[in-house]
Design a protein around this ligand. Structure first.
Ligand code: IPE
Ligand code: IPE
Ligand code: MG
Length: 246
């Protein structure tokens, strides 16, 4: 483990470490089903795995970790499952209020947060105050996030500027578009991992993953250990990224 540490004296190992890792944390429900447990317990197990993986990424020296926790489509699920996921988010936010400063983690939430219950929005705001004082790993949790909605929101913001006469449509650039996404200021993900044996992107980071390396694994998210992350990083380090060049 930890052969990729950015602080390592080995420059090659440091260079092979992705700056930004994104994870579609899928497979919680199937993990629970396999054990005859309610899906809710799969989500609790997934939340524990998320804590372990975010600590491990910090230890490795990964600069940014972005995880998909709840999509704009996940509201279609039964109300008690949605409620269970919101409760886990509450618990995480309450616990992390105390832990974030100690662990020096900068926590960010990406997505359309306005429709979340008010108490969760308040906890997110409290966390922001604490985490703004930290300078360690940036952990972005995508909640009520959809890649298409992200793009639509950005388009609306730019359209508003055009309407007000502040912007000429011909001057809209890719960088300007990126700066109006929820991921404003983040580098694009280098490595995008999906656990849970599905080979699709399910509306995650559509714009931002244009040149990400995609790693699909059958491992269900609650079983995704630091060793499995090492395997993904090792696979990543063997990729030749050309970005359209030769
Ligand atoms: C991912 O696990 C977590 C969320 C989408 C909230 P799932 O709940 O989708 O688990 P599976 O895919 O049904 O196993
Ligand atoms: C993607 O998983 C969303 C999250 C992990 C939060 P889903 O389980 O919702 O995706 P689909 O429905 O299998 O595409
Ligand atoms: Mg799923």
């Amino acid at each position: 483990m930890a052969i990729f540490n950015r602080n390592s004296v080995n420059d090659t190992a440091a260079a092979s470490l992705p700056r930004h890792i994104a994870i579609i944390m899928d497979g919680n429900g199937r993990w629970a089903k396999k054990r005859g447990l309610p899906r809710k317990l799969g989500h609790s197990a997934g939340a524990e795995t998320f804590r372990t993986i975010s600590r491990y990424c910090d230890k490795l020296g990964v600069e940014q970790l972005t995880v998909y926790a709840f999509s704009t489509e996940n509201w279609k699920r039964p109300a008690d499952e949605v409620e269970g996921i919101m409760n886990l988010l509450r618990k995480y936010l309450k616990d992390s209020c105390a832990q974030l400063a100690a662990e020096n983690v900068r926590l960010r939430f990406l997505g359309d947060l306005e429709v979340l219950p008010q108490d969760i929005r308040d906890l997110i705001a409290q966390n922001k105050v604490i985490s703004d004082k930290c300078d360690g790993i940036i952990v972005n949790i995508c909640v009520n996030y959809g890649g298409r909605l992200d793009i639509v929101h950005a388009a609306r913001k730019l359209a508003e500027k055009v309407k007000n006469g502040e912007l000429d449509p011909a001057d809209i650039t890719e960088d300007m578009f990126s700066e109006n996404l929820w991921t404003k200021g983040l580098p694009d993900p280098d490595l995008l991992i999906r656990t849970g044996a599905e080979s699709r992107i399910s509306n995650f980071l559509l714009w931002q993953s244009a040149y990400s390396e995609f790693y699909f694994t059958d491992t269900l998210f609650p079983d995704f250990t630091p060793d499995k992350l090492d395997e993904a990083i090792s696979w990543f380090s063997g990729r030749k990224r050309r970005f359209g060049g030769v």
